[in-house]
Design a protein around this ligand. Structure first.
Ligand SMILES: NC(=O)c1ccc[n+]([C@@H]2O[C@H](COP(=O)([O-])OP(=O)(O)OC[C@H]3O[C@@H](n4cnc5c(N)ncnc54)[C@H](OP(=O)(O)O)[C@@H]3O)[C@@H](O)[C@H]2O)c1
Length: 271
């Protein structure tokens, strides 16, 4: 799907770097077909040390002759970047935005004309090829654009297509999600410490348990409640632990956390 395509990444920061690295490792794109830009002169050497690609401060120059343009600057820098490149963007070029709370309509509005735009919401585990990315197409996005975008983000993990109206929910669930789950791992590890397990061992026990549980859900495709039942022996110890979680309102707290983060994502809309 990506063979022979040329990519410009505008804003090679944490996410841009993870994506380029995944694409190159996977052999999906060749280093000579990728170029990136940064905002400050001294960031050029940072990128050059990590990635074998051309790096520049010149966004206009970077997008010339490219098929795919990945916009990976902070949301507050999107308008400035779009106004900068709008006159050199050609109709065949696909714009992919990963900026949180920036709609495809906003991108088209700043370009001043209808253009193929796909919005993507990845998460930080993309750095280790365990990412989760929500994708949605703008008004001019055609199936081939969606497929190209899917191929990019498949290089660093799983992908799912959603309606654009659900992108704030995706942001709150899977993009913010690693933060919630680190707190869960940290808390389980603290419990181990409380019970006398050395911290390092306790963190390994907690993290590998979360990894295993997530893998069970993904691979068995069974409902999580059924998997929970297989661990919960009648009159055993797990049911006592689950009762404590219910009393502490773990479920409703997690639901409320995601709903609150989605509300915040909606408020942050960059207009
Ligand atoms: N990190 C995540 O987990 C995550 C998840 C989903 C979506 N996102 C989205 O991804 C985007 C980037 O996030 P990040 O965490 O990678 O941020 P980041 O590390 O701060 O990267 C942003 C990059 O943009 C560059 N930049 C700033 N102004 C520029 C300009 N005018 N022209 C070209 N480059 C410019 C910066 O250059 P300098 O290095 O020189 O400052 C920096 O390298 C954000 O919009 C965010 O909403 C991030």
């Amino acid at each position: 799907m990506l063979e022979g395509k040329k990519l410009a990444v505008i804003g090679v920061g944490k996410l841009g770097e993870a994506l380029i690295s995944g694409l190159l490792k996977n052999g999906a794109l060749k280093a000579e077909d990728v170029c990136g830009t940064v905002g400050r002169e001294n960031s050029i050497s940072r990128v050059r040390e990590k990635l074998p690609i051309a790096v520049t401060l010149d966004n206009k120059e970077a997008v010339k002759g490219k098929d795919l343009i990945l916009l990976a600057v902070k949301p507050q820098n999107m308008a400035k970047v779009l106004l900068e490149i709008k006159d050199v963007i050609e109709d065949h070029q696909l714009l992919i935005s990963v900026a949180a709370s920036v709609s495809t309509a906003f991108v088209e509005e700043k370009l001043g004309r209808p253009a193929p735009v796909v919005r993507a919401m990845p998460n930080t585990p993309s750095v280790i090829n365990a990412g989760m990315t929500g994708l949605c197409g703008g008004s001019q996005a055609k199936p081939e654009h969606l497929k190209a975008c899917e191929a990019i983000f498949r290089c660093v993990g799983e992908t799912v297509f959603v309606d654009e109206s659900l992108m704030d929910a995706v942001t709150a669930l899977s993009a913010s999600g690693p933060a919630y789950l680190y707190v869960v791992i940290e808390s389980l590890a603290e419990a181990g410490v409380k019970l006398g397990i050395p911290r390092e061992t306790s963190t390994l026990l907690a993290a590998q348990t979360m990894y295993g549980a997530a893998k069970m859900v993904l691979e068995s495709k069974a409902h999580p409640a059924l998997l929970k039942d297989t661990v919960t022996t009648p009159a055993g110890c797990t049911i006592d632990g689950l009762m404590e979680l219910e009393e502490g309102k773990l479920r409703v707290t997690l639901i409320k956390a995601v709903v609150k983060a989605a509300e915040r994502a909606r408020e942050l809309v960059h207009r």
